[in-house]
Design a protein around this ligand. Structure first.
Ligand SMILES: *[C@@H]1O[C@H](CO)[C@@H](O)[C@H](O)[C@H]1NC(C)=O
Ligand SMILES: *[C@@H]1O[C@H](CO)[C@@H](O)[C@H](O)[C@H]1NC(C)=O
Length: 264
């Protein structure tokens, strides 16, 4: 039958076309959508080219999900895509139960614009010297933290009792916000340790043993229409080659404006 051959060829070529194309799910979304139990959605991405370019190289997924800053990798505990917050934890930070050598919390200029710590993340600077700028010229940077005091921290926390014991008095401390540690390194602040507390809006009358230690960041999602894209099964990304030219200038301008507003 003369018509069989063309039909076979047609079927064969369809077969080749179909099999040459990788499965749609893989070709459309080369971006991992989770790391462990944490969902990775826009604007974040673990793989280069995924997510929004403003958040490029901020996450790595090795054993756990880490938020990468110039001062180190911080374990991501939670990302809330509705409230647009990410909670991170610095395993090298002092808390009520463990005293560890201080190190600075440093973000890049882009990070402090696109994903800064929330206002309800309180930095407690501990064991400050009496010459510390936050006890003198910049003492207005310390605020009342729901009526809590340094003595309460030094008294309630095993980790901080040592400050009391060594000096037989209470070395000063300061409750402050991220902007203070952003503009002054710990050695300028002249405090030997710090800890950070999150969800601080309702901590009146609640002691340091029951506080939640960590850093909560709030991110902004660029308006790019990515929602429609992800709803149809796609992933949003950017060209890894041109990303710098297209996006950086705008972010730098924003960073400069923000710095101008909040510098002291
Ligand atoms: C991811 O970050 C963590 C913490 O900084 C680091 O220990 C790990 O080596 C990094 N992994 C990769 C693949 O870069
Ligand atoms: C507290 O600060 C003083 C200097 O102000 C320092 O000599 C001392 O070692 C600090 N205490 C601890 C436990 O680090």
């Amino acid at each position: 039958m003369p018509t069989v051959a063309p039909l076979i060829i047609f079927k064969l070529s369809m077969f080749i076309i179909v099999t040459l194309q990788p499965p749609p799910a893989l070709s459309l979304t080369p971006c991992r959508t989770s790391c462990g139990s944490i969902a990775i959605n826009y604007p974040f991405g673990i793989d280069d080219g995924c997510g929004a370019p403003q958040f490029r190289s901020m996450l790595n997924c090795s054993t756990d999900l880490f938020f990468l800053t110039p001062s180190g990798g911080y374990k991501v505990q939670h990302i809330d895509y509705d409230k647009k917050t990410m909670t991170i934890y610095d395993p090298a930070m002092s808390t009520c139960s463990i005293l560890q050598p201080h190190h600075d919390f440093i973000m890049t200029d882009i990070q402090s614009v696109t994903i800064p710590p929330t206002p309800d993340t309180v930095f407690a600077l501990l064991n400050c010297s009496i010459d510390s700028p936050v006890l003198n010229h910049y003492k207005n940077l310390c605020f009342d933290f729901s009526g809590h005091s340094c003595d309460e921290l030094y008294g309630a926390c095993n980790a901080f009792r040592v400050f009391h014991l060594l000096t037989n008095s209470s070395p000063p401390c300061c409750f402050t916000g991220y902007d203070t540690v952003k503009f002054m390194k710990m050695n300028i602040l002249d405090c030997t340790h710090y800890t950070t507390v999150i969800n601080t809006d309702n901590l009146r009358g609640i002691g340091p043993l029951d506080w939640v230690y960590g850093i909560k960041l709030s991110f902004t999602v660029p308006e790019t229409g990515c929602e429609r894209c992800s709803q149809s099964g796609g992933a949003c990304g950017y060209d890894t080659e041109t990303e710098l030219e297209e996006v950086l200038p705008q972010v730098i301008i924003e960073a400069a404006i923000l710095r101008g507003h909040s510098s002291m």
